[in-house]
Write a protein that binds this ligand. Structure first.
Ligand SMILES: Nc1ncnc2c1ncn2[C@@H]1O[C@H](COP(=O)(O)OP(=O)(O)OP(=O)(O)O)[C@@H](O)[C@H]1O
Ligand SMILES: [Cu+]
Length: 783
């Protein structure tokens, strides 16, 4: 992996109008410290992460929610009881009816609910949630800054209390006892049988019955309602032991489901666990002491011994070592670090002892921003999830209707016996549970997101994870993406034989020193030429720079600039081409618009780029290079990387047009870029990728998919993961529906009992959850 994250420090006053290429990832942490991240865009606003104009293609459909006109407040609740999609539906239906309540965002896996509202206080929302027996805890409330300070310890809240397990165990014994007594005595309605069954229902099923009752009162047909109906129905037709066994099994299924969701949540939390809890901090007197990492402030100096993990983000101030950055970038190749280099919390110091000046508090570290970003990403609904939710909406009523018909029609029309058909109807009600179906999608998406994060790929939403497999074209910029973005001067040629080349070079260096553009930086790095004072400095986007030195007017820029100055000639063009054909970028220093000096710089292609391009081609993706650099250089670099379609001289509008045109020709387009000149094209692409995100705030926040390091091979990795995720989603939906279909037939044929139906439902839920969790284990390997 490329290691080039040296913080550079130009002491000059840089022009910030310099377009494009401030190459953010080349100078990390310049203002990292004290940069509080409120990483919480309002739901619904997140559709356009680049702030793209209204003309751009829809990147993610808006969540179906009422939009509030004007400003709205936001409150986040932690709802311990919200662990099943049924609860979500119930809450959604009730809250959506309230005036002043806008978008609702559910995060089942974190059990969080975010509400946009325009109410003077959140009390009515809390009251509604309480009426649904949801017992919300306020995590944050934009009306009340202090809210959430005493939010419960969520980790503890996720745990299922032992008491519940014991109760369930006793309930199970009672239900089993009832079954045994009934079986041995051959009487299902004797007093001991009924008493034991009632005991089982009371110990294990009251919660479900209560929820069922709440659902009924709110006219919301949900799982609990169906189960309650089935149990009461079974009791009415005298199947007491069965009623008890069913409710106990159902409660057990619910608890197992909650546990398996924990697994998904842990996949994310596990990322955070990589960062140590204590840091060795230098005190004012120079002694070292152990301090909880949470309490270490920016600018403190911490010591990291060999073999230890780096506790906080920072910059090395003393010592040198190599660090395994796998927790951030997913690549376990050690990276050399010396004074001035950035290190990240959670990464592993391999051999040297280093001292690190902390640049971000624990909560702002790159790792915790990754975790927050993944948590947030999974709160947004992926397209498949929307489909599944929509399906579940008509599925339950349809099955209930069918159950009613099954119970009523055969006895009424054919004179069939009533009880057996009622029993079949009850089995149908149990089968109607869509839990497996509804839960399969979020679990799969979360596992995919967590797996990507572990491999240094930060996906900003399930949408992108689902879309990745559809990418048919990928546009790459050249400087800093395909190449290292660290060009060096290779040739300096005076165009006027009589001129003093060193004096001209000194002028070029003076102008270049004012710019952050990689080409300028290469020129500015020329040795032995102290820069001179520049007046009226100006950056010329896509061309170069200009300014006055010693009263003379100078331009420093590319062929386009000279052309526009009207001083181009066939001879000059021939000279430029000779360098460009070798993949070098040419820059000309002009005095009074007249070219005087030619400076050629060469950038190195990243060794991973070529492989990435080959892999992308293998995946059926058309790779196109779009660069502001000239066409000849573009061709030469493209040839080195195996890219057939390379387009040079691209201004920002041209890049945008190119992306549009690729979209029309091939379908979904991705774009990788890092400069301001790439921003419009990035926004237009269906998926905007940023590289080297570990060192920068902006790349981490604005891209749809951020690669933590500069390895382009992560893009084919991402596409493969997207395909795998899709495959698992399809499997899960087929399993969930398939099992239902089988039991539907069995039920109608009278071959399925109630408890078999509950068992099947539990089995289906477990299968889809574990199938989904499989994704955590790995990105399909890159051959
Ligand atoms: N500040 C500058 N100093 C010197 N040359 C510049 C400067 N700005 C632009 N140029 C010239 O203009 C060309 C186009 O610049 P632009 O920033 O659009 O693209 P780039 O960063 O070189 O390439 P890419 O689009 O692949 O990232 C550069 O190759 C360079 O020759
Ligand atoms: Cu020309």
């Amino acid at each position: 992996m490329a290691e080039h994250k040296h913080g550079h420090s130009h002491s000059h006053d840089h022009d910030h109008h310099d377009h494009g290429h401030s190459h953010a990832h080349d100078h990390p942490h310049s203002d990292h410290a004290g940069h509080a991240h409120s990483h919480a865009p309002a739901p619904g606003d997140s559709c356009c992460s680049h702030g793209c104009g209204s003309a751009s293609l829809p990147k993610a459909p808006m969540p179906a929610a009422r939009r509030l006109a004007g400003d709205s407040e936001q409150a986040v609740f932690f709802i311990q009881k919200m662990d099943c999609p049924t609860e979500e539906k119930l809450i959604r239906e009730r809250l959506a009816q309230m005036d002043g309540v806008g978008a609702l965002e559910f995060n089942l896996i974190q059990r969080e609910l975010t509400v946009q509202h325009q109410l003077p206080s959140i009390a009515p929302i809390v009251a509604t949630l309480k009426a649904l027996d949801m017992l919300p805890a306020v995590k944050s409330d934009s009306l009340d800054a202090a809210a959430g300070a005493d939010a419960p310890d969520q980790a503890a809240a996720y745990r299922i209390p032992t008491r519940r397990w014991v109760l369930l165990g006793l309930a199970g014994l009672a239900a089993l006892g009832s079954e045994i007594v009934a079986w041995t005595s051959g009487d299902e309605r004797s007093l001991p049988v009924i008493a034991l069954a009632l005991l089982g229902i009371a110990l294990g099923g009251l919660g479900t019955l209560k929820k069922g009752w709440i659902a009924l009162r709110n006219f919301s047909l949900n799982m609990n309602f169906l189960m309650s109906l089935a149990v009461i129905g079974a009791a009415i037709i005298g199947q007491w032991p069965e009623a008890a066994v069913v409710i106990v099994l159902f409660t057990l299924a619910e608890m197992i489901e909650a546990l398996s969701l924990d697994r998904a949540r842990n996949a994310i939390a596990g990322l955070m666990a990589m960062s140590p809890d204590v840091a060795t901090v230098r005190n004012a007197d120079g002694a070292w002491s152990s301090v909880p990492a949470r309490e270490v402030t920016v600018d403190a100096v911490v010591r990291v011994a060999p073999g230890e993990r780096v506790p906080l983000d920072g910059v090395v101030t003393a010592g040198s070592t190599s660090i395994n950055q796998a927790p951030i970038t997913g690549e376990s190749i050690p990276v050399a670090k010396q004074a001035g280099d950035a290190v990240f919390a959670g990464t592993i110091n391999e051999h040297g002892a280093i001292e690190v000046r902390v640049t971000a508090a624990q909560g702002d570290s790159t790792l915790s921003r990754i975790v927050k970003s993944v948590q947030q990403a999974q709160g947004q609904r992926a397209p498949t999830q929307r489909f599944v939710d929509g399906f579940a909406r008509w599925y339950i009523p349809a099955v209930v209707l069918m159950a009613v018909l099954v119970a009523a029609l055969p006895p009424l029309l054919l004179g069939a016996p009533f009880y057996p058909w009622l029993y079949k109807a009850l089995v149908l009600l149990v089968i109607a549970c869509p839990c497996a179906l509804v839960i399969s999608t979020p679990v799969t998406i979360v596992s995919g997101l967590a797996s990507a994060a572990r491999h240094g790929i930060l996906v900003k939403g399930g949408v992108y994870l689902e879309q990745g497999r559809k990418l048919r074209a990928l546009a790459l910029d050249k400087t800093g993406t395909i190449t290292f973005g660290k060009p060096v001067v290779t040739d300096v040629v005076s165009l006027d034989a009589a001129a003093d080349q060193d004096a001209l070079l000194r002028l070029a260096v003076s102008l270049a020193a004012r710019s952050d553009h990689p080409v300028s930086r290469a020129i500015a790095a020329q040795e032995g030429a102290a820069p001179q004072e520049v007046e009226d400095f100006e950056a010329l986007a896509g061309r170069g720079v200009k300014g006055r030195i010693g009263g003379q007017r100078y331009h420093l820029g590319n062929h386009r600039l000279v052309h526009e100055l009207g001083r181009c000639s066939p001879e000059l063009e021939a000279r430029l081409q000779a360098f460009e054909k070798q993949g070098k970028t040419t820059t000309l220093l002009c005095l009074d618009a007249q070219p005087q000096l030619l400076v050629a710089v060469a950038d190195t292609v990243r060794p991973t780029s070529r492989e990435a391009v080959a892999e992308l081609k293998g995946l059926g993706v058309n790779v196109v290079m779009l660069t502001g650099d000239n066409a000849h250089t573009a061709q030469a670099i493209a040839a080195q990387t195996g890219i057939a379609d390379a387009r040079g001289d691209q201004l920002p509008e041209d890049k945008l047009k190119a992306v549009e045109e690729l979209g029309e020709r091939h379908g979904e387009v991705g774009m990788v870029g890092d400069g301001i000149n790439d921003a419009p094209a990035l926004a237009r692409a269906q998926i905007g990728f940023a590289m080297g995100a570990a060192g920068t705030d902006t790349a981490l926040e604005t891209a749809d998919v951020a690669l933590m390091d500069d390895d382009l091979r992560k893009i084919p990795d991402f596409i493969r993961l997207s395909r795998k995720t899709h495959a698992v989603l399809v499997q899960n939906i087929s399993i969930a529906l398939g099992i239902k279909a089988v039991f539907l037939v069995l039920a109608l044929a009278g071959m399925s009992s109630l408890w078999m139906a509950v068992f099947a439902d539990m089995g289906a839920s477990l299968i889809v959850v574990f199938n989904g969790l499989r994704l955590v284990r790995g990105v399909p390997s890159r051959g």
